[in-house]
Design a protein around this ligand. Structure first.
Ligand SMILES: [Zn+2]
Length: 213
């Protein structure tokens, strides 16, 4: 049996220091490029084109669009974070709505996550208004997530999945419709099944585990 497929391979284009919008101070960064490769027996063989580029803060591991490097002086953090904020808000609200009920605890968790990830803190009322908007026009879970996915490192993808699980679990149980949507998110972000299963396992068994770092 010949095993072939494609996967994204990361390479570093450059590094230096930048004004990290998340740390809000000067930090080291790596400018990374993701190239899609045709793989044979999991070994990247043929480059198929660029998937994306991003700037990764070496301190908080946050990922940003490359434009972040052009605004050293006074970065308008909102500008760089906005696409993450939109994606975060949209996906978390869809997870909250997945089981057909809105629980106060779920709402509070979503608000906490959205405000932790973004720099434009929103109020509970603003979130409630947004939820109504999403209920009227749900859009696919991939709508905004797809756009930011090539700019996310593994850490970024993992934390989005963990946040989604936190939202789903905040009403007391994660039901099948929520799990299905979370798995869909992992697929949109091209996480492999093994990695996804490991995150789920970690959450179910929060024992100290041996991790790579
Ligand atoms: Zn940072």
């Amino acid at each position: 049996m010949i095993i072939f497929g494609t996967r994204g391979v990361k390479s570093t284009l450059g590094q230096g220091s930048f004004n990290c919008p998340q740390c809000e101070c000067n930090k080291a960064y790596k400018h990374k490029k993701v190239t899609r490769f045709f793989t044979l027996y999991f070994i990247p063989i043929i480059p198929l084109g660029k998937l994306g580029e991003y700037v990764e803060c070496q301190s908080c591991k946050g990922t940003f669009i490359t434009n972040v490097l052009n605004y050293q002086k006074s970065p308008s953090a909102d500008q760089f974070l906005s696409q993450y904020e939109i994606a975060m808000k949209h996906t978390m609200v869809l997870i909250m709505l997945a089981d057909g009920e809105i629980d106060d605890n779920e709402m509070a968790t979503v608000l906490k996550i959205v405000n932790k990830f973004g720099h434009n803190d929103i109020t509970l009322q603003e979130l409630q208004e947004y939820v109504i908007k999403v209920q009227r026009n749900p859009e696919e879970i991939s709508t905004y997530l797809k756009g930011i996915s090539p700019s996310l490192n593994l850490h970024g993808k993992e934390s989005i999945i963990k946040c989604a699980i936190a939202v789903a679990a905040s009403d007391g149980n994660i039901d099948a419709s929520e799990m299905k949507l979370i798995y869909e998110m992992a697929k949109v972000m091209e996480m492999n099944k093994k990695h996804f299963d490991r995150i789920i396992e970690e959450i179910k068994n929060p024992e100290p585990s041996f991790s790579a770092n």
